[in-house]
Ligand binder design. Sequence first.
Ligand code: XMP
Length: 531
Amino acid sequence: MTTTALPPSGSAGTDLTRGAATDTVLVLDFGSQYTQLIARRIRELNVYCELIAGTAPASEIARHHPRGLILSGGPASVYDDGALHPDPAIYQMGIPILGICYGMQLLADDLGGRVKASQRREYGLASVVVDSEDGVFAGLPTEMSVWMSHGDVIEELPAGFRSVAHTVNSPVAAMSGPGGRIGIQFHPEVAHTPQGVELLRNFLYQTCGCSGSWHAESFVGHAVEEIRQRVGAEQVICALSGGVDSAVAATLVHRAVGDQLTCVFVDNGLLRRGEGDRVIEALGRSMRMKIVRVEAEERFLRALQGVVDPEEKRRIVGREFIAAFEEENRRLGGVPFLAQGTLYPDVIESTAADTFGAQKIKTHHNVGGLPQGMRFSLVEPLRYLFKDEVRRVGRALEMPDDVIQRQPFPGPGLAIRIIGEVTKDRLETVRSADWVVIDEIKRSGLYHRVWQSFAILTPVSSVGVMGDLRTYANVVAVRIVQSDDGMTADWARVPYDVLSDISRRIVNEVPGVNRVVYDISSKPPSTIEWE
Ligand code: XMP
């Protein structure tokens, strides 16, 4: 896992979220795989939180006016050559600091204690005994189950610190020092530490004195105000994709500047059945937004003709989208502002990839990432939000449930769910099969309990028998996964009866299909989409 570095705030878009919160807590990221999770937990506790590179200068940290800092875990040892340390000036800022795992060892090392490799590493569940029932442990049991993942221990505490919890293997499982400086060896942010949320709550509310003013509703009010200030009397354009993020971003902007917003919906012919109409209906007719619908199916199909390589398909869909969108923008006379539904994970991921050259698995295309070379000022009201927060904002905006609860759908659409060439016929096949999957998953009450459910048209033909006749027809794969954020996923253990109904209906209702298989791969090593 790489360390993330965020771009200077406000560099690309409006910096809306921070204005909505009176209290901010920053997580200094030293490369733990759980860093995003810490930020989410804190926001779930109604305190606004952002990630920042672990080595960010104290001056940059101070610009956020944080009430407290959290030093994340990380893969290194603090005594390694080149191990990342925070700017020493953070210890002069006079605000509480919670060090988690590697973060606790940083506190110890930076403040004059000593850390060494342990003979007895702790990975997985451990039982921690609390020796001091105040501070972050106030109200918690004296013995509790926690998640550990470390090979180093604190040999000598820094001056003024005392050990406040231990395990059989670590005499210092938590330490407390003057000025609200606390270290914990275990991970409070993971579900395997059941009391972890309470511990974080104590840190935020008791140690840092946060008031818990971060709510979707308060966010809407502040975001609307900031958009108004930024945009003034100018025009804004927004590309709707049919997905949740662009719909919520557009609705926020519309709430702020009304008819100064024009939404462009490029129908690329690669959407699910009825999707285009539903978007126009929900946002255009019900919410009274100005929406231009661009019928571009022919254009996309022509460009995709004969193409089988997944990355090539993604590039083509991205390129054609830009071209179609640019044409529309020119027709509108060149609009100065572009509203996008960029989310916080996109910001973190793309920055990490840009900065550290992380391996590219797929070129993600979404309208959020497109306007390279296009001269717009960006309005990105969701730039600091996680997906579940976007849904909450959507609800606060009274958007229709089926728009905000819709399962994610990739930018390149059905083109990457047809393995091999994309043709009109094959699109119709996968679209019909997809419709059956969604219909059955909704009927069984599972639609909101899984992350995604869809059909893939494989390039395989198989022999079958229908009536008394031999068939030689397409194989459709069904993929249903559970996931928290799309980064990892597992195949869903859907009841056999539901799978059976899906299979029977696809073979009966979708011409040219005689076999259905269920994908039982997790991510990693597979990905959610097949291409
Ligand atoms: P993978 O296939 O990478 O997908 O495991 C992870 C999640 O991202 C979605 N996905 C995309 N979303 N543009 C998007 O907006 C894309 O190009 C894209 N490719 C994949 C995928 O549906 C899953 O939810």
